[in-house]
Design a protein around this ligand. Sequence first.
Ligand SMILES: C[S@@+](CC[C@H](N)C(=O)[O-])C[C@H]1O[C@@H](n2cnc3c(N)ncnc32)[C@H](O)[C@@H]1O
Length: 393
Amino acid sequence: MTPAARVQSAIEILDQVIEAARSNGAPADRILADWFRAHRFAGSKDKRAVRELVYGAIRDCGPLPASGRAAMLHFTAGDETLRALFDGSNYGPAAVGSTERPAVGGIAPNWLVKSLAASGIAGDEAKALLGRAPLDLRVNTLKADRETIELPEAGEALAAPQALRFPSGTQADQWAAYRDGLAEVQDHGSQWACAAVNAQPGETVIDLCAGAGGKTLALAAAMDNRGTLVAADTDKRRLGNLPPRAERAGAGMIETLLLDPVKELDALATFHGKADAVLVDAPCSGTGTWRRNPEARWRLDPKQIERYAETQARLLDVAAQLVRSGGRLVYVTCSLLDVEGKDRITAFLAANSQWSASPLNFPLGRPHGDGTRLTPFHDGTDGFFIARLELAC
Ligand SMILES: C[S@@+](CC[C@H](N)C(=O)[O-])C[C@H]1O[C@@H](n2cnc3c(N)ncnc32)[C@H](O)[C@@H]1O
């Protein structure tokens, strides 16, 4: 492909990404993968270049751009070499018209920038939300150990006991150690969220929003495969991805449980007041994960955030009914909006006097309300709010 053809391809892919953001369609990664599958003539260098252009433009535009071309015009505005490729050549983008308007830059749509700033995320903290995430692994102690695991590349040992960091774009999923379940891909912040549960062998632990089980697997390792570990979720497809992952990880203890939304407690009745710990990794806007899927910020609206906050409040109440006296509840969101984090815990504690916050004392993060905040800028992790609560005996 010529450099101009790569730019035009990126424009066409961006059109699809923008349409998908409007209609809640496929994520950018899937759109790119489908495009590459349908355009077999694109070699590996072409693919890399097109991907860079697409993601560069997505990161660079704050509000949803009107079109892929407008996004690319904004992205190339300061780069003479790239801008010169708008030359109307075969397969390349048409020359830039005198009345054409590039898309608007920035961190996110205006309303979201304001909500983040009101939650203390502005300036460098906000910019870092759109950086590139490194690849973090968690060595699975059911099968291996960080000190002795053999990997094709040496990683940087991080503060979490089994965490290793590799450069962004490392294809760890191609490694034998990954395929054999010796290591899982898991953000360093997410590893600390699991550590907050302090799950012990022999305990009864419920992962209430388990999804495909990223955190459940870490809990199984902490429990050394002993005790009761329930992975519950309302999404059959996500939960269905867990059993093969658990098998690969040697985490035979995990029981999966499909929940009926709004009637979650029905399926969990046997655990009422019995769990030593419940993890609520709540559904949220994901503002802390834009490093991985930056187009997600174009899919949000204020009403959605309100709905997330309502669900989060309800799930906290559900979880609280499952915990035994003296037990613990860990609330996690990968959002940095206070309405989904700090405020939820303040409201819960105000309404439930038998519960209290228990400090986390992590070697990273900062206290935020009754919990801890991790951010890409301060901690080099995804953005998280994590709170641990204890029920009085
Ligand atoms: C942040 S994701 C969980 C990610 C997962 N814990 C992990 O580490 O990979 C939130 C999950 O909450 C689930 N969820 C949404 N509403 C729920 C509900 N009412 N009860 C339980 N889970 C729910 C979603 O299906 C989604 O899988």
